[in-house]
Design a protein around this ligand. Structure first.
Ligand code: PLP
Length: 395
């Protein structure tokens, strides 16, 4: 028996010896789940940790799958820099933690995603940051809300659930006139529909959880922006622990590969769904920026490069009871409070995203008991129309 045979299994380090990987490049990107990387010597460790040499040491500071995905997002948005975070909320946290401090002021759109609004108002309030909530579709009111301490203005390209469109160029002009930065949450549009940086936004955020990944199997976010702010952003992600998992990044890199095709098909379907719903007597109102009578249609045509997005909101006659009957009968359309999946899904803002908003404010936003938000998928248009007709037949 030689030495190797004599050693008990637990004497052998469980980590396999590295093997020489052949030089061919795999077509699919590898996954690097390593939490930590080996340093050749002390000098290399210092250089890597100081960032003077490119490479990886500890995956909270960065890893290949995060970098690959960030690079894809950076290109899609035509940005100088991009960083992927563990969720859309983490991406907003990264922006705020990097760029805002006690004594500063932020302006938040009244139509932001609820958790974004909570972060920018009550959470930042606890840290000594003042906030003003304003309808950012009213550019004059937004300009009046900016003061000498305003550091950040946050709006959504397409808002939830009534799909109002922000005039990014006008908001950017007002922000820059007062040395504030404009951050646009582009989640409802995605970069195939709108690239806010081209219209003057300083920072753009996407919840990659939605159409960017498109398969409802990861929670991720990305923040894109200019090099000028990036050292602080990188520090915020690493220090506050906002980094994503390599496996999630690998999945989303795969999802983004089909983004253009999925977004085009879902957008075409959404346009047809909106036109179909307009013809139905059970429906009181249809909101979709691609409809010529949508209040922001002309702005959307100017600002969007392809299509009008894949979300359609409509209000049924008959209030909450009608919404319940529709949801029960539309068996082919899952009720999921999210968006951007391959398949068509629906949600009910009054009982989900806006349940904590007062009835008066909800009414002001145009959200009623009968309001349904549809995230249109990539099925055939005939299948989607049939699924909707099945729901409407219960009314
Ligand atoms: N922004 C918008 C418009 C959203 O709808 C959401 C989530 O629904 C977020 C940001 C937050 O993203 P995540 O759920 O990935 O944290």
């Amino acid at each position: 028996m030689n030495d190797e045979q004599r050693r008990a299994p637990y004497d052998i380090c469980p980590r396999p010896e590295p093997i020489d990987v052949p030089a061919q490049t795999p077509l699919a990107p590898p996954i690097y789940p390593a939490a930590v990387y080996q340093c050749a010597d002390t000098d290399e460790a210092e250089r890597l940790l100081a960032g003077s040499e490119a490479g990886y040491v500890y995956s909270r500071e960065g890893h290949p799958n995060g970098q690959m995905l960030a690079e894809k997002c950076r290109q899609l948005h035509g940005a100088e820099r991009a960083v992927v975070c563990s969720s859309g909320m983490a991406a907003l946290s990264a922006a705020v933690l990097a760029l805002v401090e006690a004594g500063d002021h932020v302006v938040a759109s009244s139509q932001l995603y609820g958790r974004n609004l909570q972060l920018l108002t009550s959470e930042l309030g606890r840290m000594g940051v003042r906030s003003t909530v304003v309808d950012t579709c009213d550019v004059t009111a937004t300009a009046q809300a900016i003061d000498d301490k305003t550091r950040l203005i946050v709006a959504e390209t397409i808002s939830n659930p009534l799909l109002r469109v922000a005039d990014v160029a006008a908001l950017a002009r007002h922000a820059h006139a007062r040395t504030a930065l404009l951050l646009i949450d582009n989640t409802f549009a995605g970069p195939t529909v709108c690239r806010p940086i081209e219209h003057g936004a300083d920072l753009v955020l996407e919840s990659l959880t939605k159409i960017m990944n498109g398969h409802s199997d990861v929670l991720l976010g990305v923040l894109c922006g200019s090099a000028a702010h990036w050292q602080r952003v990188h520090t915020a992600v690493a220090v506050w622990g906002l980094s994503p998992s390599p496996f999630d990044c690998w999945l989303a890199t795969r999802g983004i590969g089909t983004l253009a095709l999925r977004a085009e098909r879902a957008g075409e379907n959404a346009q047809q769904v909106a036109q179909f719903l307009v013809t139905r007597g059970e429906v009181e109102a249809v909101h979709y920026p691609g409809l010529i009578d949508h209040v922001d249609h002309e702005l959307a045509r100017r600002q969007f490069q392809r299509g009008f997005g894949s979300v359609v909101t409509f209000t049924l006659r008959g209030g909450r009871a009608a919404a319940d009957a529709f949801i029960r009968a539309a068996k082919q359309i899952p009720f999921c409070p999210s968006l951007g999946d391959l398949s068509t899904t629906l949600t009910h803002p009054e009982s989900t995203s806006h349940r904590t908003v007062s009835p008066l404010v909800r009414e002001g936003l145009g959200i009623r008991g009968g309001t349904i938000r549809l995230s249109v998928g990539i099925e055939s248009i005939e299948a989607i129309r049939e699924a909707l007709a099945e729901g409407l037949s219960a009314l």
